[in-house]
Design a protein around this ligand. Sequence first.
Ligand code: PAF
Length: 283
Amino acid sequence: MLICKTISEAKQILTTEQKNRTTIGFVPTMGALHEGHLALIRKARSDCNFVVVSIFVNPTQFNNREDFEKYPRIFESDIEKLRQSGSCDLLFMPNEEEMYPEPDTRYFELGYLEQIMEGKYRPGHFQGVVKIVTKLFDIINPHKAYFGKKDFQQLTIIKKIVRDFNYPIEIVECDIVRETNGLAMSSRNLRLSEDERNKASIIFKTLIQVKKWIDEKYSINEICQKVKTNIESVSPFQVEYVEVVDSQTLMPVNDISQHRSIHCCVAVFCNQVRLIDNIEILL
Ligand code: PAF
């Protein structure tokens, strides 16, 4: 596995790969790698001849300084995991100066997609995500890029950006990987105590009831309320939002009969740690 920290080194390595007509797969991450990331990387390995992983804790996507500072940084163990996976050919690990030598003042028109859910509660978050992902796409020029469905809204926005800017990149969507108790894998889980991690199973246990509540003809408002009450019945969980949206447009759902697939999405605080999760319901 090659490791490089500068854009010029990465481009040099990738130019050779491109000349060899290699299929390049790319997995962008912020490190603190877990099974969810490794599943993306293994999928990239099975699809492509050359797999690039990036690790960069991107400051522009954090609207909360404390969240940025407390974001786990365990780069040595990340490198070890990547080596052991045998699935990564190039690890790109730039520093802040390399990625943002000067402030990136670009503004991306994301419209409605950044006004709801994560966009509403984390103002500027998706502008930061799109800034870094477009920079990384421009450096790596992958054929395929891999994203997890846990960040469902991020995935929808990345697909829009790829369409809007005509990036010749296939976005590969990968299923949420969960702990045995159902908790969606996330780097932020490292900030939970063992007891909190056990109790956090309430999030997924609640989400899997949504389909049943739909079948029982509860209204969307009632379902959202039930999701909130159920999750908050376990201390110290506090729900920030529950939304039921159309899986394609992310528009709020009122009349279920008008939709083929919907997502129920939640953001939940466990003390200072913010967790997100979602479930797709095919109708
Ligand atoms: O999903 C993430 O980990 C980040 O948002 C990403 C895509 C690596 C951009 O920093």
